[in-house]
Write a protein that binds this ligand. Sequence first.
Ligand code: ATP
Length: 355
Amino acid sequence: MAEIRVEALRKNFGDFTAVKNSDFTVADGEFFVMLGPSGCGKTTTLRMIAGLELPTSGRIFLGGEDVTFNRASHRDIAFVFQLFALYPHMNVRRNMAFPLVCQGMPRQEIRTRVEETARLLRIDHILDRPVSGLAGGDRQRVALGRAIVRRPKAFMMDEPLGTLDSEFRDLMVRELRELHNSIGATTVYVTHDQVEAMAMADKIAVMNHGVIEQFGHPQEIYDRPATMFVADFIGSPPMNFLDVEDGHAVGDARVRLGGAEVAIPELREEVGAGAMVVGMRPEHVRFDDASALRGEVIGAEYLGTTQIVTVTAGTALLKARVAADVPVREGETVGLTFDTARLSLFDGASGKALA
Ligand code: ATP
């Protein structure tokens, strides 16, 4: 098992920079998720770590060893691809045994290793079945089995659940996490799905246009997003943003939002050239008749235990997540308050969070 450290990692394709100076460390045994929209550079970063793509500049360390120029086959990393590249003419047992046969491991040891791994993945009852007849979830487990049977230093997983339908996906998310808990191997997992990322990760890197906008624990990223991009990308519905309507100075603890004075955490640094933007998660918006900030209810989406209510706030629209039994009527005027301690403040021009 191994720590993965990346220093000033960069990748250009001609004039285009796909990954711009990434720095991060994944501790030994951590489940690390690279999250971001299509084309942000996740796969390219993963491929550089695995040795399938040479960086334009920067360094990659695996277990403290500089592997930047080592061939993929010399890095002891296993891949789990989206398409379950299994050998269709072989049964489950032979598919799983294949990497060990290639290593020249003795037959009896292979047998023991494959059976142990199959029990871990709960596929020991299908070991002698052909892979061609297996359902999606089982095929994915076999693909995982083939990756973990070798006990590599680290795993690379590129959208491995991408082709599964949502029901199977939820199940596999839980199984992958359980599997990780039991084998504890350092894992790099690429996805554009924030729910998947939040459910599985020890650490997340949120990427945008080749840049890591934030690296941290899932809860830290949710509670204290470093940029408006991160705040918007994580959470469903995403964070609400309201522009502050008047000037603001260091020490201010109240601003005008939606035509009313609202308490904010005290500003400890100057806002740059841009206006200030206040962000609030839908679950931190509350209805309160006494509040001076008024809004009109535009609609509500019922979700069982909660509902997402869309309200106006000045010229903006806000989403509030409130209990399903809070009575709301379309067209009615409501007072809105926010949980001051949970508000996020951003510089509107740079999009960066203000401390
Ligand atoms: P996706 O989920 O769509 O794969 P991603 O975040 O994994 O997105 P990458 O595959 O890393 O993104 O690609 C980042 C950018 O680099 C994209 O704009 C892509 O078109 C470009 N790119 C990737 N590989 C190459 C290549 N071999 N030659 C030229 N451009 C490339």
